[in-house]
Every structure is written in C-alpha cells, then in structure tokens.
Design a protein around this ligand. Structure first.
Ligand SMILES: [Zn+2]
Length: 404
C-alpha cells in the first residue's frame, strides 16, 4: 500500500481533503486551522497527516487518478503525500517528532499535581506548558511556540478537543495567534466550533468535516473482519462515530518494528459485553435470573471496558476507567430496552443481537431506561460503584416483576 493509501485514506471526508490538498501545494500555508465536525470522523487523524506532510522534507507527488481520487480536483492535479520513509515521517509515525506537539486532555494528569484530574478541560497550565510558556517568576516555563524548529521544517501544534480549552486558556493562546512565529502551525480539532472564541475563529482557516453515513462505517468494519450484525451494532451504539468505536476496541499492540497493526482486535471488546448484557436482560425478563446476576454482568462489563480504555491510555486512572466502563455497559442495557419499546410498537429493532425476549410493557421499559440513565449519572458523579450498580439492578428487577 502506498503512503497515500494509508495517510490520506480518511473515509468520507473528500471535501476537507480537497481543501487541504489545494493549500499544501501553495507557498504560503496559513498558520492557524480549525478542523470542526462530529466526534470520531477523522479530524485528528487528518491533522496528523497534514502535519506529517508539512514536516516531510521530500513529500511525494502523484496525479489525482487511480484508487483514491478527489473528484473536485482535476485528474492532473498533483496530490501531495508524505514520503513515509524519511527520518521525519518515521518520527511522526512513532509519535516522537521533536517539532510535532500534540495537546490533549490526557496531559491533564501531567499538570495536575493532586492526581485527581478528571481530564475534562484543557486548562491554562497545559496551554502554557505545552505552547506559550510562562514567564512568571514562580514557575518559569519555556515557550515551545517560540523555540526553533529542531528538524528545520517548521513546528506543528495539534490541539485535540480544542473546545475543552477554558476561556482563559483560549485568551492566552489568542496572543500567540495574533503574531504567530514564522513557520509555526496550529491545528485545533473540535466538535463544537461555537465553543471557541470568535476572536480565535476569525484568525483561523476553517475546515468542515462531515458526519459519516452508517453504511460507510459498517462497510469499513466488515473489511476489518466484523460480521454485519456486529458492525451494525457498533455503528448504532456509537451514533456513527468511527473514533468512538475505535476507543471501545482494544488498542492494537505495537509490533517489533513499532508499527501498529491497522486491524483492530475483534475479541475482548465491547461486543462481548453487549452479548452478555443482552443475555442477562433476557434472563431477567423471563425470570431465569435476578438482580444479583445482572449486577455481576454489569460489573464484569465495566472491568472489561476499563481494560480496553487503559490499553489506549495506560496513564488514565483505573477508577475513572471502570466508571466509564460501567456507563458504557448501562448504555448497552438502555439500547436493549429501547428495542423492547420498538417491538412493543411494531417498529424494527435496532439492537441487532439475538434476543429471546420480545416486546416489553411500555411503562416498565421506560422506567428501566430511566434507572439506567440515573445509574450512569451516579457513576459519573463518583457514587460508590458497586452500590450504584446493585441498586440500579435491584430497581430494574422490581420494575420488571411489577413490584415497584
Ligand atoms: Zn518524509
């Protein structure tokens, strides 16, 4: 496969790629970019590819023809792609390039001295430490923005989930955007462009990313070895976000060459949790199992998903990951319940897992869904997890048995 195939093959985003290919060939590249669009459609991967292209000293050219074509560009247009082989490209692949800086909320644990960070914001300490520096006498930090490029091809800063920047952090960054150092490029990826200050927006080139159609995601997952049933389930559960799906599958282990396998593992992931949840709910509904059995399945699901989350970010808190795992497991139960509602009103089910349970009484299904969303909110709010899970399962059993 060519470098083009692996790097610019972001699916379903031909408009954004066309816009970027047009500017990559030009002499003067804008310094500040906003990539905006739904979560998990390839904004961050495109930003990495864009930076890798800009940093490669010998990018290769190929005409816009053949396998990957951008229809809005003429056939003789020369598409630019990173060579994929030079020290710069290899450093980018290994995430070790000295001129490529990624700013994300995972850095919260580095800057949070108490270790309690939930990593839900990009605070001013992160923006100072990773970009603009700090010249206050207490904690003097050198500005990475104003440092010289180490490999001589400029510097790139990618801010993932830039909408998590607090206003004070955005204002601090704004000063740098007003007078950017030469050959310094900042790409902000965001699901919500409205959460960035208008003063930042007005100084940035904006690139819009589109939602991915479900069939595109299903096809892509089937190419990776998933069955049509499982691919449909993942698309539905993720609300068609490929990025979210990838976060639910174990991170591909790095091989000896340091290259990650593109193929996600199809076992040990959310699908196993989904199948167990469906079975446990079937049994609960048919009186073959009780609240304790369901609680066990939820706790196992939370632990299994926590392992998956930690495989992506080994520095994350285990407690937080288990809570996130529990929230995903309750979301699966809600989806299963939603299908019982659909059955009750004669609509086709969307939870494409085998279930022996048919329709469920409307009021009971709704009450159980409410219990699930309350339980998820409690997990998010740090309520003691085993208690919250057991209480929710007991409440659902009572609703189903008609004693609540
Ligand atoms: Zn290269």
């Amino acid at each position: 496969m060519t470098a083009m195939g692996s790097i610019w093959s972001i699916i379903g985003q031909t408009r954004a790629l066309t816009q970027l290919q047009r500017v990559l060939g030009s002499e003067r590249l804008a310094s500040t970019w906003i990539f905006h669009g739904p979560m998990g459609v390839g904004k961050y991967r495109t930003a990495l590819a864009f930076a890798k292209c800009g940093l490669c000293p010998a990018p290769s050219l190929r005409p816009n023809a053949g396998e990957h074509v951008l229809p809005a560009l003429p056939g003789d247009f020369q598409l630019i792609e990173p060579c994929g082989e030079c020290p710069s490209c290899r450093a980018c692949d290994a995430q070790l390039h000295p001129d490529l800086h990624v700013i994300n909320r995972q850095l919260g644990s580095v800057y949070d001295r108490g270790g309690k960070s939930r990593r839900t914001t990009l605070g001013i300490d992160i923006i100072r430490g990773e970009m603009i520096g700090d010249d206050s006498p207490d904690h003097r930090v050198e500005s990475k923005l104003y440092k010289h490029s180490q490999m001589g091809r400029g510097k790139w800063f990618i801010i993932d989930e830039a909408d998590l920047m607090q206003p004070v952090a955005q204002n601090a960054l704004l000063k740098a955007l007003e007078e950017p150092p030469p050959r310094t490029y900042i790409v902000m990826c965001t699901g919500s462009v409205g959460d960035l200050l208008s003063t930042i927006r007005s100084r940035s080139q904006q690139v819009a990313f589109e939602p991915l159609p479900a069939d595109v995601i299903v096809r892509r997952l089937m190419e990776d070895g998933f069955s049509a049933t499982d691919a449909g389930l993942l698309a539905r559960l993720s609300e068609n976000s490929l990025g979210r799906i990838m976060s639910w599958l174990p991170a591909a282990p790095a091989t000896a060459t340091g290259k990650k396998s593109a193929k996600p593992a199809t076992d040990g992931n959310i699908l196993r949790v989904a199948h167990r949840v469906a079975q446990a709910m079937d049994h609960l509904l048919m009186g073959q199992a009780g609240a304790g059995d369901l609680a066990q399945v939820v706790n196992d699901g939370a632990a299994m998903m926590a392992e998956v989350f930690l495989s992506h970010d080994p520095t994350a808190s285990k407690d937080r990951s288990t809570r996130d795992g529990g929230m995903v497991t309750f979301a699966l139960i809600e989806m299963w319940l939603c299908d019982r509602l659909r059955s009750a009103v004669g609509r086709p089910v969307e939870f494409t897992l085998p279930s022996t349970a048919g329709a469920m009484d409307l009021d009971r299904a709704r009450a159980c869904m409410e219990i699930c969303s309350q339980a998820a909110a409690q997990l998010d709010a740090n309520v003691h997890q085993p208690t919250a899970v057991m209480n929710a399962c007991t409440a659902m059993e009572a609703v189903i048995r008609g004693v609540a």
